[in-house]
Design a protein. Structure first.
Length: 293
């Protein structure tokens, strides 16, 4: 068995395999939206291998690939991560960059054989700009029928397994990039933050000021669909674990080209945010309303 076959574990779930094969065949851009610890990175990994097997040229746009470039610039070092949480200035700068990056990618890779696979956490303003309708060169690409925002939704039991696996990987990473993954405590905090915006979206599952409920797959899907109401979305229900313990989602056996910023453009976007938001409090308030699209 060659390495690409060893890494292609989605075949363990025929329904999931079929869904990803269709995306690999029919789409120009596929974005996996959702919280950390919901299987996004694994789905990106599996779709990349299926797409390459179908003869597509794979390009990857991932939050944890782009973010360190911003943070490593002299401008970015003014805004370090705290307790695993990306600074609001960095989050906004990444959002300013990402739509331009999509338009440039489309211009440089116009062929139908090219497929862009992206990661869009959205929560806390992480690439939420891709959910918004704006008058720019990226909008027709994001609104096209060939673009999909896929929301992996693990069951409660699977979510618990994914959180436990994240904890093990945090202690013993199998790949250097796993050190950039959101730590287990942040997974829980992000769910609480997400559940807290439900009333503001007209979803009454959580009363304002009350304690966030335990992870709820149905509520989770409704929140993300509401935020992505301007995009073509698909819910990807995930019930059973795949045998992913023996692999890293960052270990690719196929050529995958990263869509990532150059340090100078990352620094320029940070400096733009600094000029646009001299009052960081105003920026924090805007990011707190990230779900308003």
């Amino acid at each position: 068995m060659d390495i690409s076959r060893r890494l292609l574990i989605v075949q363990e779930d025929p329904g999931l395999h079929h869904r990803l094969e269709r995306l690999a065949r029919d789409c120009r851009m596929v974005f996996f939206a959702g919280l950390p610890g919901t299987g996004k990175s694994l789905m990106i990994h599996q779709l990349a291998h299926l797409s390459a097997a179908a003869g597509r040229t794979v390009h990857l746009l991932q939050w944890d690939t782009a973010r360190p470039v911003f943070e490593a610039t002299p401008a970015g070092r003014r805004y370090p991560m705290r307790r695993g949480v990306t600074h609001s200035v960095i989050r906004k700068a990444l959002g300013v960059w990402v739509r331009d990056a999509l338009a440039r990618w489309h211009g440089s890779c116009p062929g139908s054989g090219d497929l862009l696979i992206g990661e869009t956490p959205l929560v806390g303003g992480r690439f939420v700009e891709l959910a918004r309708r704006l008058d720019d060169a990226a909008e027709p690409l994001l609104a096209a029928t060939s673009c999909r925002f896929v929301i992996p939704i693990p069951s409660r039991d699977l979510r618990r397994l994914l959180e436990a696996a994240r904890g093990r990987r945090a202690r013993r990473p199998a790949h250097a990039r796993e050190r950039e993954d959101a730590p287990p405590h942040l997974l829980r905090e992000l769910w609480e933050d997400l559940a807290g915006v439900a009333p503001r979206l007209g979803l009454d599952a959580v009363r304002p000021g009350s304690q966030a409920p335990p992870y709820d797959p149905a509520l989770y899907g409704r929140i993300y669909q509401r935020v992505l109401r301007h995009r073509r979305t698909e819910l990807l229900s995930m019930e059973k674990p795949l045998s992913s313990e023996a692999i890293s989602v960052y270990d690719f056996a196929v050529a995958a080209r990263d869509v990532a910023p150059a340090p100078d453009e990352a620094a320029a976007r940070i400096e733009w945010v600094e000029r646009r938001y001299p009052d960081l409090g105003a920026l924090e308030e805007e990011i707190d309303r990230w779900h308003e699209v």
